[in-house]
Design a protein. Structure first.
Length: 131
């Protein structure tokens, strides 16, 4: 049962009220490819994502710990997320994943870190939730 705001010293009751600031930021791209993108140019954390692969074969989204836009195929990703054909990959991470330098993102068609094969237009759709 949710108590009205201010009726309890328990912070869970206070957090139920909608806020207009202080929440997560969202990065959205409906055509992610091998041209790397800087999501955040300073240290941050990724708290989750919704990724969709519109293609008939797997696509690979790469997250980089970098303050500038990554070079997909040359820079080493911090994470590689495989997305099966015509499928989505979704996760919510309560504590977040720390990125010391910045948050970068890119995608390719093959799993190898040095792959720079670009997905076709609108193959990879991404929404990343970060601070």
């Amino acid at each position: 049962m949710v108590q009205p705001s201010g009726t309890s010293s328990d912070p869970i009751y206070e957090s139920d009220a909608p806020e207009v600031s202080g929440g997560l930021s969202t990065y959205r791209n409906i055509n992610l490819g091998t041209t790397g993108v800087s999501v955040k140019a300073a240290a941050g954390q990724v708290y989750g994502w919704y990724l969709f692969n519109n293609a008939a074969s797997a696509r690979y989204v790469r997250l980089y710990d970098k303050a500038t836009a990554p070079t997909v195929g040359a820079d080493t990703p911090k994470m590689t997320i495989a997305i099966p054909p015509s499928s989505a990959a979704n996760v919510s991470i309560v504590g977040g994943i720390a990125f010391a330098n910045g948050i970068g993102i890119g995608a390719s068609t093959l799993v190898a870190d040095n792959d720079s094969t670009a997905p076709a237009s609108n193959d990879v759709v991404v929404n990343v939730f970060y601070k």
